[in-house]
Design a protein around this ligand. Structure first.
Ligand SMILES: Cc1cc2nc3c(=O)[nH]c(=O)nc-3n(C[C@H](O)[C@H](O)[C@H](O)COP(=O)(O)OP(=O)(O)OC[C@H]3O[C@@H](n4cnc5c(N)ncnc54)[C@H](O)[C@@H]3O)c2cc1C
Length: 478
């Protein structure tokens, strides 16, 4: 379910194993977060680098919250997945000697981010993968088709799903296994870098089907989203431009933060600056950066009348990446047998309280492959006509009030009073987010509580697991 990087890659791997795959996608490719991804994929590919160093950077960024086993898997396997993509036909940017050109991003101790088309990495990857999926005879692409419920058998196993086209009756799709690759939920927040469909539909369906969610309190805010009036508000200016020397200035023209610190630090520094001055934006200075290396950013800036060779760019944080999600093991298995989750919809515990830049496309590939292989081993679904599962309508978009409430109460700084209001929001997922944020009575990474400003060492690596009733339980994951 889902045709971004995680769903496409999982479908291709499962098909290569001989599975018959239905790839269900609600929106066209160009409306996935994967298509919009800019900076690239993190992988230790050079002699001077190693999976151990990549893991150390990931753990440091995660603020003592990452599940170490998931970090190890990601860092050890992402180089092989980058090579897989090359074999499938993705051409990454190379230097004059023909070696992969590696970008530097915040929190990485060295250059290890492979990219394509400058900052068009996601577009290049998903176009290649979707062309392969469209022509693979084992894959049936169902688009635009929304999954609206999971089907479960009497013993609680997930045995398929119910799907809907824009018109017409719901249809049952029986399946050996369902892999949720429905992306994150950052578009539930009023100001976001994400496509509007990133509403956490997979999290809602999984929770309704009995699966545990985890770490919903950790929403990553990207520091440098364009701050404009109009439709381009929230357009992301990749961290890679700061890796190439772009600087941040306050309203007095002074630098106020290390531009290459991890994201939580930079976003919070900008937020603090905006609170202090009451200004809507700080300024990103790309004048020293070769903008031709980032053609899609240059094109968008030209569209809104900004010239990065001359103008400073107004930027402010926006909701960007869902570090929590459907709780899974290292093969994407959720707490419901037969139900898997991968990519941004999943929470393996890899990102802890603060995702390291460019680890998410790597996650889509590494865990997408693992889940596809594991799902192929599930027993065949029960024969006969599958029943249409009740359609809980949890995937309806939220109201403007809910999006404003999440931005106000679960933004870069939170407190119990505001979070308690979310507990009675009409949107079920907003209530679960409120519950997770309220339960974590500390500040850590992306979760900053003004009423609990200290980090509690007792909560290190304690992940908040949440059933649909909304009472989080803290557990340590191995
Ligand atoms: C602007 C931007 C830049 C980024 N840059 C980078 C980067 O440089 N490097 C990096 O590692 N990460 C980056 N990220 C994050 C990364 O792109 C995402 O985490 C990742 O692409 C998520 O992939 P996914 O396959 O899990 O989900 P998505 O790509 O979001 O795909 C979700 C899919 O699920 C489908 N879907 C949703 N609900 C339903 C439903 N009910 N029924 C059927 N289908 C459904 C959608 O139609 C879509 O096909 C960026 C994100 C953004 C927004």
């Amino acid at each position: 379910m889902g045709a971004g990087a995680a769903g496409l890659y999982a479908a291709l791997v499962a098909a290569a194993e001989g599975a018959s795959v239905a790839l269900v996608s609600r929106s066209p490719l160009a409306e996935t977060a994967s298509y919009w991804a800019q900076g690239g994929i993190a992988a230790a590919l050079t002699e001077g680098d190693s999976p151990a160093q990549h893991a150390a950077d990931t753990l440091a960024a995660a603020r003592d919250m990452a599940r170490e086993s998931a970090v190890r898997v990601l860092c050890e396997e992402s180089p092989a997945r980058v090579r897989d993509l090359q074999e499938l036909g993705v051409r990454f940017d190379a230097d004059r000697a023909g070696n992969l050109a590696l970008g530097l991003e915040g929190g990485h101790s060295q250059r290890r981010v492979v990219h394509a088309g400058g900052a068009a990495t996601g577009r290049r990857i998903t176009r290649t993968l979707s062309a392969l999926a469209a022509t693979d005879e084992r894959i049936t692409v169902l688009e635009p088709v929304a999954a609206s419920a999971l089907a479960t058998s009497g013993d609680g196993r997930c045995v398929g799903l119910t799907v809907r086209r824009r018109t017409g009756d719901p249809v049952a799709l029986p399946a050996r296994a369902v892999i949720l690759a429905t992306g994150g939920m950052a578009a539930l927040w009023q100001r976001t870098t994400n496509p509007r469909g990133a509403l956490g539909a997979g999290l809602s369906l999984a929770s309704d089907g009995g699966a545990l969610l985890a770490d919903l309190e950790f929403m990553q805010f990207h520091p440098t989203a364009l701050r404009l009036d109009g439709p381009r508000d929230g357009f992301l200016v990749t961290e890679a431009v700061r890796g190439e020397g772009a600087l941040l200035y306050d309203s007095q023209g002074e630098r106020f933060v290390d531009e290459l610190a991890p994201r939580d630090e930079v976003a919070l520094a900008i937020h603090t600056e905006l609170e202090r001055t009451g200004e809507p934006a700080v300024w990103l200075d790309m004048r020293s950066v070769e903008v031709e290396r980032f053609p899609n950013i240059a094109a968008t800036l030209a569209d809104v009348g900004l010239d990065p060779a001359r103008d400073l760019l107004p930027v402010a944080p926006a909701a960007h990446y869902t570090m929590g999600g459907v709780a899974t093991d290292l093969n994407g298995r959720s707490s419901v047998p037969g139900l898997y989750a991968v990519g941004e919809a999943a929470c393996t515990g890899l990102h802890g309280a603060n995702r390291l830049a460019s680890n998410s496309l790597a996650e889509c590939l590494v865990f997408g492959r693992r889940a596809a292989l594991a799902a192929c081993e599930e027993p065949a679904p029960p024969g006969g006509q599958a029943a249409i599962a009740p359609d809980p309508r949890m995937t309806e978009p939220p109201s403007g009030e809910t999006r404003a409430a999440l931005w106000r109460h679960a933004g870069l700084r939170r407190d119990a009073e505001g979070l308690s209001e979310l507990r009675s929001d009409p949107y079920p997922l907003a209530r679960l987010i409120g519950a997770a944020c309220l339960a974590r009575e500390e500040s850590r990474g992306a979760h900053q509580r003004t009423d609990h400003p200290a980090t509690e060492p007792g909560l290190d690596c304690m992940h908040a697991l949440l059933g649909s009733a909304g009472e989080p339980e803290f557990r340590r994951w191995q």
